[in-house]
Design a binder for this molecule. Sequence first.
Ligand SMILES: Cc1ncc(COP(=O)(O)O)c(C=O)c1O
Length: 389
Amino acid sequence: MTDFNNIINRTGTYSTQWDFIQDRFGRGDLLPFTISDMDIAMPPIMQEAIISRVQHGIFGYTRWNHDDYKGSIVHWYKDSYQANIQESWISYTPNVIYALTRFLDLLDPNHKGVSLITPCYDGFMKILKANKFPLFPIAQSIIEKEYRVDWNKLEDAISQSGAFLLCNPNNPNGYLWTREDLEKIVKTCKKHGVAIISDDIHMDYVYGTKSIIPITTVAEELDYLDKVVIISSASKTFNISGLGGAYVLCPNQKINDTFQFILKEKDSLSSAMALNVLATIVGYTECKPWLEELKAYFYNNLSFVDSYLKTNLPEIKFTIPESTYFAWLDCSGLGLSSEQFQDKLVNKGKVAIMGGTPYQEPKTFLRYNVACPLSKVKEGLERIYLSLK
Ligand SMILES: Cc1ncc(COP(=O)(O)O)c(C=O)c1O
């Protein structure tokens, strides 16, 4: 059993989460539960492989286009999602968001616009705005603790757009798209000839016996494989975002070739991050047992949040999510605006937690990252409590 209770000091590592809190929250003396990375070390087997590679000492240009790398991705999808990914669909990308931008340009060349369901990952908003894609958002509402989408409104949004952007599962609320949801999305996009890009970076944190269903699985059944793309990475799964590197699964060979041309010839970014290639191979072939242990640990953290709030702060509404390591807290019952609440959290409780606003959530919400030792989760909750008393 891996001991995830161990606190590892991350300050002094140029960590965005720990060393640069001030940038976003205005002061540096806060306990951070902010961006989506973990205070958990990579799997020991991966660490050994990286150490041995570092000791080799030479980090020349490195290739990704080989069976070891692509085969490990094919294996992971088969093993985790019973999905038949082909090696020919795979391209390396320096990160998820770079590929997302390039694929939006390829699939919606006239920038008709992008439809998506909110709340959604704040990084989507930034690239859509910066790359001048009109936005067609549809809000998910919560009815009797269940997330609902108005499918008529969604169809209206899709019909006006050039691409649909999915986050599977959804960051920030941890909603796990069901087969029924995905079928509706694919059918509606097919009806209007709209391409689908699915960002699956959080795919491996799904609790219990459920798992994500890759959009390619549903699209293949509905004869729409040519118009869907998945962009994902081992980075969230094993906490290796700092190593760079992600990948694309694009069944449409012509579009995949065009992407590889852009990656290699236009943007000169095809040479892979050596440590990412190694970490992905090791992670996807040897680290499943570690992931299962960590998921159980995070589920326990989420359960702790649930019982703490019920006992101490019942005004904050929370349902344990089916996926992701975020507790998406509905704090609208406190009667405070997002700004007022953030001010209390930062200046009284000395805790940094992302509010709902960047995720297009109009009500007062918090996205509390529980990917850390339980003792830190507890301290964060006590600080939230303190900030309100
Ligand atoms: C849904 C989602 N997509 C993409 C990213 C960023 O991925 P990358 O750093 O590979 O661009 C994040 C990071 O938090 C994320 O939550």
